[in-house]
Design a binder for this molecule. Structure first.
Ligand code: ZN
Length: 255
């Protein structure tokens, strides 16, 4: 981690002395697991217009069409956590990170060992039936059937409605429980690690600003630093490199 020595030492010191540190993550932490940023050039949204493919309205009108986009999203779920994910999990296990708010739907924080993960934009790891309310883990979905259909019953007959992944579409609200959990997590936080997000999508983008208003610090790990963020420290580098180095510093400090 040449060139970051002083900043790493500073961030490690801040982390170990913070009253309550939290994380906010976005697409950038998952790119090193091979998941391209949906918003980037060549990303999912450049090939599928979100208004046409990623709204609840579109799903209600033509779920089979929306599933052409979702089939690509499914590949995302084959990805594995990278050292950035596991470093955040290590910080949590050490009692130094109270939780993470993520805008990702890939479930890689949990796969990497993090426990307190608030999925602001839902999760692709479960699917729901909008007709009868049944919920299925992704692992229980029969891949031979596309799009997947509900195996439950509705009004005495097989339901068979096309299932929807529990991701938050563009015309859907942030899940109320996620908002409540976030409010609780962000309250009193005096340090936030902002990782792999340009903080342009609200309301998630407001979280670092709230920490700042509470007198806290912002430590940013972004290959391309966010424009609007009043960060106290910026690592313009890969999170899969910076976060393990930071976790290592923290380990050394606590020995
Ligand atoms: Zn159903």
């Amino acid at each position: 981690m040449a060139g970051h020595e002083e900043d790493l030492a500073k961030a490690a010191r801040w982390l170990t002395t913070a009253r309550k540190a939290i994380g906010l993550t976005g697409a950038g932490i998952s790119t090193e697991s091979g998941i391209p940023d949906f918003r980037s050039a060549g990303g999912l949204w450049s090939r599928y217009n979100p208004a046409e493919y990623a709204t609840l309205g579109a799903f209600m009108r033509d779920p089979e069409k929306v599933w052409r986009m979702l089939a690509e999203l499914e590949e995302v779920l084959q990805a594995q956590p990278n050292p950035g994910h596991t470093a955040l999990a290590e910080l949590e296990q050490a009692g130094l990170l109270a939780g993470i708010v993520t805008q990702n739907v890939d479930g890689l924080h949990q796969a990497g060992g993090s426990r307190n993960v608030i999925e602001f934009h839902g999760s692709g790891r479960t699917l729901s039936c909008l007709t009868c309310g049944a919920v299925y883990p992704n692992s229980e979905i029969d891949r031979r059937q596309r799009p997947p259909r509900c195996r439950g019953e509705f009004r005495g007959a097989p339901c068979e409605a096309i299932l929807k992944p529990d991701v938050v579409f563009f015309d859907e609200q942030i899940p109320p429980q996620a908002l409540l959990d976030t409010e609780r997590l962000v309250r009193d936080a005096d340090l936030i690690l902002v990782v792999g997000t340009s903080c342009e999508v609200w309301p998630a983008a407001g979280i670092p600003h709230q920490v700042k208003q509470q007198g806290g610090r912002i430590v940013e790990v972004n290959l391309e630093p966010a424009q609007e963020l009043p960060s106290d420290l910026v690592f313009a580098d890969k999170s899969a490199t910076v976060l393990p180095a930071l976790a290592e510093r923290v380990r050394a400090l606590r020995q």
